[in-house]
Write a protein that binds this ligand. Structure first.
Ligand code: NAI
Length: 303
């Protein structure tokens, strides 16, 4: 029996990139799939029903079951329609993959309110809306799996991505909160931070030979390499896995750390700003984090 036989799964942003491979892999594992995608540009502009429908046809051509949904994750009512689509089409819902995403990269000091809101709306608010819309069904059936896409841009850091990084770290906290609040209903929630060559990162300039060589290496991070972990997390095989953050890069899978105290200092008579400067900071400084970006931490070529 296949891992997701008889299950119904929603994949948002499944018209292309990583989400498309999620939808194909979920269907290949036996799931009935809602292929949700508004067919927007990387920046989230425009609409096209074509990409979602095309993936549905690919799934059907291979003998799978899928239905297209072109509602946006970024508004509460339309996010509810995505969940309703699964119920109308398959009479059930077992897993939600919050994958839809856009990019509006800009240095913080130049970022507009519109750029901030657009990215928070699709990633953080969208993940909440779709997850929340599915929650009553997961709760009453006492089972369900959430998979949310986070990013090392938020978990570690990146330049020019204040909106995206904040949204993606927010999603990690959302996932942990869902895992805590819904554990009593046997509902699980996990995050994946993917590294994959998609249109989202395909805009890296390739003018010099160095840049061209780097991009060739990045292309080995195929979007399809992320899907096996998502299928596993959606399945009953992962029934004891919740509240975790994984990263996937080509053939590497990482379990990511979560914030815990690193070191503490204590003074029986309390602290003044002066004693903090003289004693607390020198003691803590050795454990400060450098201003790392994702690429400083993942500094080796994809394997
Ligand atoms: P992509 O741009 O190829 O796919 C994103 C999809 O989301 C597009 O098909 C787009 O039409 C859809 N979408 C955008 N706004 C939507 C909305 N409001 N409602 C429904 N669908 C919407 O990007 P990619 O790379 O496949 O990204 C997938 C997820 O993985 C995103 O959440 C992204 O932030 C995350 N991610 C990707 C990384 C990478 O290396 N490619 C790195 C870290 C995170």
């Amino acid at each position: 029996m296949k891992l997701l036989e008889g299950k119904s799964v929603i994949v948002t942003g499944a018209g292309g990139g990583i989400g498309r491979d999620f939808a194909l892999a979920m269907a290949a594992a036996g799931a009935k799939v809602v292929v949700n995608d508004i067919g927007a540009s990387v920046k989230g502009e425009g609409r096209d029903a074509g990409p979602a429908q095309k993936v549905v046809e690919e799934i059907k051509a291979k003998g799978g079951t899928a239905v297209a949904s072109t509602d946006s994750v970024a508004e509460w009512e339309s996010a509810n329609r995505i969940v309703q689509c699964a119920l109308d089409s398959f009479s059930s819902i077992h897993a939600v993959v919050n994958n839809a995403g856009i990019l509006r990269a800009r240095f913080f000091f130049n970022m507009s309110v519109e750029e901030w809101r657009a990215v928070i709306d699709v990633h953080l608010n969208g993940s909440f809306y779709v997850a929340r819309a599915a929650a009553p069904y997961f709760k009453s059936q006492e089972s369900g799996a959430y998979i949310h896409m986070t990013s090392t841009s938020g978990l570690v850091g990146n330049l020019g991505q204040a909106n995206y990084s904040a949204a993606k770290l927010g999603i990690a906290a959302l996932s942990k909160s869902i895992a805590l609040d819904m554990a009593r209903y046997k509902v699980r929630s996990n995050c994946i931070a993917p590294f994959a060559w998609s249109r989202m990162i395909g805009s890296i300039p390739t003018e010099t030979d160095d840049q061209k060589a780097r991009v060739e290496k990045l292309k080995t991070m195929e979007t399809a390499r992320i899907a096996p972990l998502a299928v596993y997390l959606a399945s009953a095989a992962a029934q004891d896995v919740s509240g975790q953050i994984f990263a996937v890069r080509a053939n590497e899978i990482f379990l990511m750390s979560q914030s815990r105290p690193l070191r503490s200092v204590h003074r029986a008579d309390g602290w003044t700003p002066e004693t903090i400067a003289e004693q607390a900071m020198p003691a803590l400084r050795a454990h400060f984090y450098p201003l790392d970006r994702s690429q400083d931490v993942f500094s080796w070529d994809p394997i």
